[in-house]
Ligand binder design. Structure first.
Ligand SMILES: Cc1ncc(COP(=O)(O)O)c(C=O)c1O
Length: 281
């Protein structure tokens, strides 16, 4: 029987229930992480839990767990579900209290929920690339917080699905920010460009790994904003996340990116990413 973590208890999937007054359910008042598992090893766990704690701090949510505490809870869940390759989703809400926008006083215990998924890496799309479309970024101004409020992201992804694309690349006016669930890179003349880390994007863990790989390989990595036109004229485009890794975009708004094939810098970063997984799993 598949187990789900509810607070500190592993419960059978069908018994994993939360109150209708859970603030995550009512307000989206909470935060989350999604972490990858390769060969039973939790990939970049430290970085993910540090980001979870940062998100908690940014929304004024007091957590009694440390990085180590979370890691232990998650390891237990992964072992119970015998996950070899896959991922673990973990969310924390501000707890259960009668509906009122302001924080409950006195504060209530946070609610923690985590579940696992078993699946392989997306080998086919990593090799062939995916289609993306562009769309206006209508989200709030704290995209650095990995908040449960994902309506803007959901609508962007749905827009992509409508046009048979796998990702929507968002832009605020002319400035390209990030994908609906990924970071975005435009590669031009051997240089990787990506939006700087600030409140307009999530500081992706995969982005940090890609930055390290690019530096190791001495591929220039510029954290600078770029325009929609620059993206459209890029030689290569990548989107990255925990689940899609270093994913090439070969079509943007129905037009080929560069020569329409997965480019050399993308391949080099993918090779570096495979090695990084080997070393760090
Ligand atoms: C909006 C957004 N940006 C970027 C990312 C990539 O982050 P990471 O590499 O940590 O998965 C995600 C991942 O879910 C995301 O939702």
């Amino acid at each position: 029987m598949t187990k789900v973590l509810i607070n500190e208890t592993l419960v059978d999937e069908q018994d994993a229930k939360v109150s209708y007054n859970d603030r995550g359910y009512v307000f989206g008042d909470g935060i989350y992480e999604y972490i990858r598992v390769y060969d039973r090893s939790v990939f970049t766990a430290q970085e993910h839990f540090e980001r979870l704690l940062r998100s908690a701090k940014e929304i004024g949510l007091d957590l009694k767990y440390s990085v180590e505490g979370f890691t232990e809870l998650i390891q237990e869940l992964l072992a119970a579900n015998d996950v070899i390759n896959g991922g673990v989703y973990i969310q924390v809400t501000r707890g259960t209290a009668p509906r009122d926008h302001a924080f409950p006083t006195p504060a209530v215990e946070a609610n923690i929920m985590a579940f696992t998924k078993s699946y392989d890496r997306p080998y086919k799309s990593l090799e062939e690339g995916i289609n993306a479309v562009t769309t206006e970024d209508v989200r709030w101004l704290r995209c650095d917080i990995k908040s449960l409020n994902l309506l803007g992201n959901v609508l962007a992804k749905e827009y992509a699905a409508k046009y048979n694309a796998q990702e929507a690349i968002q832009h605020r006016g002319d400035v390209v920010t990030e994908g609906s669930s990924s970071n975005v890179y435009a590669i031009k003349d051997g240089v990787i460009y990506t939006h700087p880390v600030n409140n307009y994007i999530l500081n992706g863990i995969t982005r940090m790994v890609i930055k390290t790989i690019a530096e190791d390989k001495e591929i220039p990595f510029k954290e600078e904003t770029f325009s929609l036109d620059f993206l459209k004229n890029a030689d290569e485009i990548i989107v990255s996340s925990t689940s899609i890794e270093v994913m090439p975009v070969v079509k943007l708004n129905g037009e080929s990116v560069g020569n329409g094939e997965v480019g050399p810098i993308t391949k080099s970063l993918q090779e570096g990413f495979n090695r990084y997984i080997d070393v760090h799993s």
